[in-house]
Design a binder for this molecule. Structure first.
Ligand SMILES: *Cc1c(COP(=O)(O)O)cnc(C)c1O
Length: 222
C-alpha cells in the first residue's frame, strides 16, 4: 500500500462527520507532500520543533495539530501558526498558551486532554478534575484560548472491553458539557482503535502508522 492509497481508503471508510488527522511525526516532508497531494490538509505532530520545521517548509494551507505532550517553554514557537492543540492538560500550560496567543494576537483552539487510560498514561487531566474544571468554567479566564473539545488516549491493550469503557467515559464527559461549553470535537482513536473510537462517538481520529507505515520504535509514543 502507498500513502495515497491508505488515505483514500480511510476517506472511503470514515463517516462524513469524522475528521482525519494524519499523524506525520518522525516522517519526512516528502511523505507529507504525498498525503497533501491526495487532498489531506490536517497533519498531527508530537514535537514542536519538528512541527515548526515542517510548517516552514510546507504549503501554508496545512492545518497543524499538536497532539503530543507540550513543554511550556516551547509553546511560543508554535503559537503563531498552530491550528489545534489536542494535549492541553494542565493549568500551567493553559496559562502559557494564553500568554503566547496574546503575543501572537490570536486565539488558539485547544482540546482538553483527559486521562482515560486505566494504565500506562502519563498525560491528561484526571477525569474528576476535568469535570470540575468544566463544571466551574475556570478555563474562561484564559481569554485567548478556546476549548473546542476533548481528547483522550485509551490504554494500549488488546482488551477491547477496557478500551471501549475508556472511550465511553470520555464520551459521557463530552456529552455532559458539550452544550454548555459549545464543545465540537471529540478526538479519540488511533490506527489500532479508531473503529471502536468512532463507534463510541469520536469525531476526530489521529492516524499515523495506518497511513505512513510503522515508525522508528524510538519515537512512537508522545
Ligand atoms: C503517535 C500518535 C498517534 C498516532 O498513532 P498511530 O498508532 O500511528 O496511528 C495518535 N495520537 C497520539 C497522541 C500520538 O502520539
Amino acid at each position: 500500500m502507498s500513502i495515497p492509497n491508505n488515505i483514500k481508503s480511510l476517506y472511503s471508510e470514515l463517516p462524513k462527520d469524522v475528521s482525519l488527522v494524519a499523524v506525520s511525526k518522525t516522517k519526512p516532508v516528502s511523505d507529507i507532500e504525498e498525503a497533501y497531494n491526495t487532498g489531506q490538509r490536517i497533519f498531527g505532530e508530537n514535537k514542536i520543533q519538528e512541527m515548526t520545521d515542517k510548517w516552514e517548509r510546507l504549503p501554508k494551507d496545512i492545518e497543524w495539530h499538536m497532539i503530543g505532550h507540550v513543554q511550556t517553554n516551547k509553546v511560543k514557537y508554535m503559537a503563531p501558526y498552530v491550528s489545534l492543540i489536542h494535549s492541553a492538560d494542565r493549568f500551567k500550560l493553559f496559562k502559557e498558551i494564553n500568554k503566547q496567543a496574546k503575543a501572537a494576537e490570536r486565539t488558539i483552539q485547544v482540546l482538553l486532554q483527559v486521562k482515560i487510560a486505566e494504565e500506562d498514561s502519563k498525560f491528561g487531566m484526571p477525569p474528576q478534575e476535568a469535570i470540575q474544571v468544566l463544571e466551574e468554567n475556570v478555563l474562561a479566564q484564559y481569554t485567548n484560548v478556546e476549548v473546542t473539545g476533548l481528547m483522550g488516549m485509551a490504554s494500549f491493550t488488546d482488551d477491547q472491553e477496557q478500551v471501549k469503557r475508556e472511550f465511553l467515559q470520555l464520551k459521557s464527559i463530552f456529552d455532559r458539557f458539550k452544550d454548555r461549553h459549545n464543545l465540537k470535537t471529540l478526538s479519540m482513536g488511533m490506527s489500532g482503535d479508531y473503529e471502536l473510537a468512532i463507534e463510541c462517538g469520536s469525531n476526530m481520529v489521529r492516524i499515523g502508522s495506518a497511513i505512513f507505515g510503522e515508525r522508528d520504535n524510538s519515537n512512537t509514543k508522545s
